[in-house]
Design a protein around this ligand. Structure first.
Ligand SMILES: Cc1cc2nc3c(=O)[nH]c(=O)nc-3n(C[C@H](O)[C@H](O)[C@H](O)COP(=O)(O)OP(=O)(O)OC[C@H]3O[C@@H](n4cnc5c(N)ncnc54)[C@H](O)[C@@H]3O)c2cc1C
Length: 368
């Protein structure tokens, strides 16, 4: 979010932009640890519309930014195994089709035919959209950062924001581990840590860090090159091709909020067993790598965009497990809002911070 916003602000001619990152390298937060999935398949209009703006930006990325990001349009295939999910899938496909996304509803037979080496005897139906797929997160971060730097943005790593200075009720600067920076505008794009930055400005941002983890396997030649991003929805278990092997993840519904980013080995075993049950050939593979990262979760699983009660203090956070794919449009939207006070590319004004106090939450079902 920070890199995309810095790039888009600089493109609008803003000078003196500073991007501060506490880690030694950029993109080591949620973005660098994510599964790289990008999709149009959501259950609310606003998330579908965000994808309709953001995914074409990823398609044009190489042309616009000059960085290959390996956008593989392998499609997402979501599988329902209970009646409740099957009914919601049908509704979602109707909603997506009505907005111009050509998602198909697949019968149980069709699901099994498309995934011959998976065990989906209990499938009731599936949904598939070919333009969903995967993108390399680090290439997107580095693409935006390099392009932003070329437009004059200064990027500092190993600089932790430790405080926010206010004067007369508005932003005056930030305190950092390397000294103060004066500014009249701050964009809090600290992902899972955005609540902490909010506290520094006295702004409550209801974002909870929640650990999610995944592992990759050694090459599995049986998995075809066009294998889709498969989600066993009821178990929130997913598979997609990663190199010549697979990336496999599953959400731990018992996970407690917190900032720990080490892998929970016990849960990894549960994930592995579930994966083998669905795809027995996983048993032949070795674990190639594994890692954990933090979702930045809001009470309604939708992001927060816009200003706050503190003048000059803006937020772009809370994507609740699917923010990477909306990074391009989110940076663009925040640049519009910070400069003009309104969102021009897409009206996301209902995703403001105030909705939580005012009881205007939005519900999204398609988040695993
Ligand atoms: C395991 C996992 C899988 C996921 N899979 C997908 C997926 O398939 N598709 C998808 O679209 N999304 C996915 N997501 C969600 C996605 O990764 C996030 O929504 C998105 O990356 C959030 O981006 P961000 O810029 O807001 O946060 P981040 O990428 O975390 O960036 C915030 C940055 O702020 C820095 N920071 C924090 N505090 C400070 C401070 N005090 N001072 C200076 N710097 C600070 C951090 O170090 C970090 O680099 C996944 C997330 C996880 C954890």
């Amino acid at each position: 979010m920070g890199a995309s916003a810095a790039y888009h602000l600089a493109r609008h001619g803003v000078k003196n932009i500073v991007l501060l990152e506490k880690e030694h390298f950029l993109g080591q937060g949620a973005t660098g640890r994510c599964a790289g999935g990008v999709r149009y398949q959501f259950s609310t209009s606003i998330n579908i519309r965000l994808s309709q703006e953001s995914l074409p930006m990823l398609e044009r990325f190489n042309h616009e930014i000059g960085q290959d990001i390996n956008y593989r349009q392998c499609g997402y295939l979501l599988v329902a195994t209970n009646e409740k999910d099957a009914a919601i899938f049908k509704h979602n496909v109707e909603l997506q089709n009505s907005l111009g996304v050509p998602t198909q509803l697949l019968s149980a037979e069709e699901v099994r035919r498309r995934l011959p080496f998976m065990n989906f005897k209990d499938a009731l139906c599936g949904t598939f959209n070919q333009k969903d797929g995967t993108v390399d997160p680090n290439s997107v971060v580095m693409g935006y950062v390099s392009a932003a730097q070329k437009s004059g943005v200064q990027v500092f790593t190993d600089v932790e924001v430790t405080g926010v200075d206010l004067k007369g009720g508005r932003v005056a600067g930030v305190q950092t581990s390397q000294g103060p920076v004066e500014t009249r505008m701050i964009l809090n794009a600290a992902g899972p840590w955005s609540g902490q930055i909010g506290q520094m400005a006295g702004v409550h941002i209801p974002v909870i860090p929640l650990r999610r983890q995944m592992f990759t396997t050694s090459p599995l030649k049986e998995v075809p090159a066009d294998f889709p991003f498969v989600i066993d929805f009821a178990r929130s278990l997913y598979f997609h091709r990663e190199g010549e092997g697979l990336l496999i993840g599953m959400s731990n519904q018992e996970e407690k909020p917190g900032f720990v980013q080490s892998v929970d080995e016990n849960f990894e075993l549960i994930n592995l067993e579930a994966a083998i049950q669905r795809m027995p050939l996983v048993e032949k593979a070795q674990r190639a790598s594994h890692w954990a990262g933090l979702y930045e979760v809001t009470p309604d699983a939708h992001p927060i965009y816009g200003g706050t009660e503190v003048n000059g203090f803006f937020v772009c956070t809370g994507f609740s497990g699917h923010g990477f794919m909306h990074g391009p449009v989110s940076g663009k939207l925040m640049s519009e809002y910070m400069l003009d006070g309104k969102f021009s590319s897409l009206d996301v004004s209902m995703l403001d911070l105030k909705r939580f106090e005012e009881g205007r939450q939005i519900q999204e079902y398609n988040v695993v």
